[in-house]
Design a protein around this ligand. Structure first.
Ligand SMILES: Nc1ncnc2c1ncn2[C@@H]1O[C@H](COP(=O)(O)OP(=O)(O)OP(=O)(O)O)[C@@H](O)[C@H]1O
Ligand SMILES: [Mg+2]
Length: 367
């Protein structure tokens, strides 16, 4: 008998890494994935049905001890069908908030967490109005279903409005100021069913065309005031949502100011380093949190840089130098697709920099 049977809505790399963390704890996994389940196929049972198949979802839930989701593009109704008979953690309410940029912005507003100035827009006319009210440049984002920069467009001149709106392909959006940030940061928190919390160190992220490329741990030279504001913000969010699981808060740093960008109510790409360089990985802590088990410390155990492998995974023989940890998601190579990541670890910043220099040319963006 497994310790518990865990259901996961979604069957991508995050589901794969959840299972890889949970199997040693004695957990077993069942995945619901309407698309390509190849990352999770070796790790549990897979149900391949559409999100709107309520009977298949109800059947999927039978015999599970708890169910979670690994992407926020899961329709809330699907989580509710499972939640009718099974503990759904995080809750469908948290999912609904994290998948909707408007709800996220309202949450930040309600909790007094600063963001870029923004307004909801429902058509090119309203987007032109937002340009007048907020000025240029603007970033316009589809309310739901965006990821890795998809569903995000930039408006640099009034002439861009129609094109940007057409690119979104979505009837509802939010428009916000383009933040001239110094850098992007994120912070992850785990919160258990009893309200216990574990925080991870604040990390520094580099995105290219909206997609995360690398994460450095910890964020260098971050003023204590900014760090405290980030920790307070993520704590306020998980408490407000009565959250169970791991949640990520993405931030912009501009001078001394920290602005919230978005939340992800799930394990997050900027937390992949925790597998190889934290006392308890985000994946293990997510499972502990949703199962009511004690959380582990998020403390960092080594200096680390995580680099995403996009499009294809280079030959392992080229990558596997000392301190290099390769994670291949088992996905079919395709341009602009996250197919794996590498975490490079070292005992201190100096030796990490040396290791990264040696990997120049082998690792994408390894400098
Ligand atoms: N207001 C903004 N000002 C400046 N840059 C922005 C702004 N909004 C988004 N970006 C850039 O685009 C990236 C993607 O935006 P965002 O995180 O909102 O979308 P996403 O597609 O949902 O991404 P994710 O893959 O994190 O879910 C950000 O990480 C940042 O680099
Ligand atoms: Mg983002």
């Amino acid at each position: 008998m497994p310790l518990a049977r865990v259901g996961v809505l979604g069957g991508g790399q995050l589901g794969r890494m959840l299972a890889l963390a949970g199997i040693p704890l004695g957990l077993s996994f069942r995945f619901y994935e309407p698309g390509d389940p190849s990352p999770v196929r070796p790790l549990g049972e897979v149900v391949s049905r559409p999100w709107d198949d309520r009977a298949a979802l109800a059947e999927f839930a039978r015999g599970l001890d708890v169910c979670t989701f690994e992407v926020e593009n899961v329709p809330v109704e699907a989580a509710e069908v499972v939640g009718a008979t099974t503990a759904m953690r995080p809750s469908p309410v948290a999912l609904a908030c994290g998948r909707d940029r408007f709800a996220e912005k309202r949450l930040f507003e309600r909790l007094g967490i600063p963001t870029a100035a923004w307004r909801p827009v429902t058509g090119p006319g309203e987007l032109a109005g937002a340009v007048e009210a907020l000025g240029l440049p603007l970033v316009v984002k589809a309310r739901t279903l965006g990821y890795d920069g998809r569903g995000v467009a930039t408006v640099r001149s009034a002439a861009d409005v129609e094109r940007a709106w057409a690119m979104l392909g979505c009837p509802e959006a939010v428009a916000e100021e383009l933040v001239p940030f110094d850098r992007e940061l994120s912070i992850l928190a785990a919160r258990g069913t009893g309200g216990d919390e574990a925080l991870y160190p604040i990390v520094e992220n580099v995105h290219v065309e909206g997609m995360l490329r690398r994460t450095a741990v910890p964020a260098r030279d971050l003023a204590e005031g900014a760090a405290a504001a980030a920790r307070a913000a993520v704590g306020a969010i998980v408490r407000d949502l009565d959250f169970a699981g791991v949640l990520a808060l993405e931030l912009f740093q501009h001078g001394d100011r920290i602005l919230a960008n978005e939340i992800a109510p799930r394990v997050h790409n900027s937390g992949h380093w925790t597998i190889d360089a934290a006392e308890t990985s985000q994946f293990e802590n997510h499972l502990r949190a949703i199962l009511g088990l004690p959380l582990g410390p998020g403390r960092q155990t080594a200096c680390a840089v995580m680099v995403n492998l996009v499009g294809e995974v280079p030959a392992a023989a080229r990558l596997l130098a000392p301190g290099v940890h390769l994670h291949d998601y088992g996905k079919t190579p395709r341009p602009n697709r996250k197919v794996g990541h590498v975490t490079v670890t070292a005992p201190d910043a100096g030796s990490l920099a040396a290791r990264l220099r040696e990997l120049r040319g082998t690792l994408p963006d390894a400098t």
